[in-house]
Design a protein around this ligand. Structure first.
Ligand code: URA
Length: 193
């Protein structure tokens, strides 16, 4: 049981629970508002993130920033983390034993931040958070309520960079996230109708 994100990060920084500790340059714990109502979860650090020790700072991160801006959020409004805290070499998919070794840190982060909304960026994050196989093209945009969290899978920004055709659906998901957030905050435009 952890009492603070600081404590969790201290363990992450010295973690040797899987082989990724041998090849990482830096751990990437996560960052943002520790009281955020929205948590965004990606897959794991890429090269830029491994170098900087911060999540989503490369090309996909720049797009993520734009996505957030499009629904009037910035990084200080949300918390951003990953399933894995260390980079898989060559950006390969995480292996099951790596996820098993690491996911407790994400659970601890979630328990401390207690967001209302969890947005799973891409198939890997969705599959491990929802504990089921997900076809992102079919299941994106669908909310599930699990243990008091509202969880939505959506496209990973790196996938959007490869497939421009998904942008419209991604924007629909973003609007849905904003709407859900506003419902919690009681400031939805609808609430004034
Ligand atoms: N992709 C991810 O899934 N996470 C990052 O932090 C960066 C790229």
């Amino acid at each position: 049981m952890y009492n603070s994100l600081f404590e969790v990060n201290s363990d992450v920084e010295k973690c040797t629970r899987c082989q990724l500790c041998e090849t990482r340059r830096n751990t990437v714990f996560g960052e943002g508002n520790s009281h955020a109502k929205i948590m965004l979860v990606g897959e794991g650090p890429g090269r830029d993130e491994d170098e900087m020790g911060r999540p989503f700072v490369g090309k996909a991160g720049k797009l993520l920033d734009k996505m957030l801006t499009s629904i009037r959020f910035n990084r200080d409004d949300v918390y951003i983390a990953n399933i894995l805290k260390c980079r898989p070499p060559g950006n390969r998919d995480p292996q099951p034993q790596e996820v098993e070794a690491c996911i407790g840190y994400l659970r601890a982060q979630t328990a401390l931040i207690r967001p209302h909304i969890i947005v799973c960026l891409g198939r890997i994050a969705s599959q491990h958070i929802l504990k089921q196989d997900i076809r992102i093209t079919k299941e994106r945009g669908i909310w599930r309520e699990v243990k008091g969290f509202f969880i939505m899978p959506t496209y990973h920004p790196a996938a959007l960079l490869r497939n421009q055709g998904w942008k419209r659906e991604s924007y629909a998901d973003l609007l849905s996230i904003r709407k859900k957030y506003d419902e919690f905050a009681g400031t939805s435009a609808n609430s004034e109708e």
